[in-house]
Design a protein around this ligand. Structure first.
Ligand code: VGL
Ligand code: ZN
Length: 210
């Protein structure tokens, strides 16, 4: 891929792989696909969900609440998760089979105790900025391909924000896997399509490259 394109690999961490604290079913199946995909890109950015202990997105921080229930926080509705991706833990490390030594930037997100951040661009209060759009623009990147976990949370929000920030945005469908809480996966694809996010597979990309 050319110098104006980048691959954004979302949250391929132990916590989101079967065996982790917040496992995405079959999350491990995307790892070899992402490794091949990354080989096609000069520019790769990894994101890492990176929460302090007692983060506001954890059900354990809200007495009486269980994982996958929701609560209302100052910035709006929040799904509550098991404790996951705690800073410095093995659970928060990248999956050991993820093999992208040429990745240029690791962007950590979700580190403010009181704000979650599914998106790599804009935190859940919708006003705290991660700086990623400015970084990409400064590097002349105009087209973003997304892969990783989970399709209906962090990939979804990152893709919508990438689009809104003016990047040509493509989600690699077979390099993502969803959590699917009450139909959230189908809803995610519909809202990405409505926003103008394009959808491709690894095969499409390899074919275009030849
Ligand atoms: C994610 C739930 C909580 C994700 C992160 O990476 O999709 N999901 N934190
Ligand atoms: Zn998280």
């Amino acid at each position: 891929m050319n110098a104006t394109s980048a691959l954004l690999v979302i949250d391929v961490q132990n916590c989101f792989i079967p065996g982790g604290t917040q496992a995405v079913p079959q999350g491990d199946e995307v790892v070899p696909i992402i490794n091949v995909l990354a080989g096609q890109f000069a520019n790769v950015i990894l994101t890492q969900d990176w929460h302090p202990a007692a983060h506001t997105s954890f059900a354990s921080s809200h007495p009486g609440k269980a994982p996958f229930e929701t609560t209302t926080l100052p910035y709006g509705e929040q799904v509550l998760w098991p404790d996951h991706a705690i800073q410095g833990s093995r659970d928060a490390e990248f999956h050991p089979d993820l093999n992208i030594p040429h990745a240029q930037l690791i962007l950590r997100k979700g580190y403010h105790p009181g704000i979650d951040s599914y998106s790599a661009f804009q935190e859940a209060d919708r006003s705290t900025n991660t700086g990623l759009a400015a970084y990409l623009r400064a590097r002349g990147i105009t087209t973003l391909y997304l892969a990783g976990l989970a399709t209906d949370f962090c990939v979804l929000w990152s893709a919508l924000d990438a689009c809104a920030a003016g990047f040509d945005t493509i989600v690699m469908a077979d390099a993502c896997w969803g959590i699917d809480l009450e139909g959230s996966l189908a809803a995610a694809w519909l809202s990405m399509e409505a926003a103008g996010v394009r959808r491709m597979t690894l095969d499409d990309l390899l074919q275009d490259a030849t």
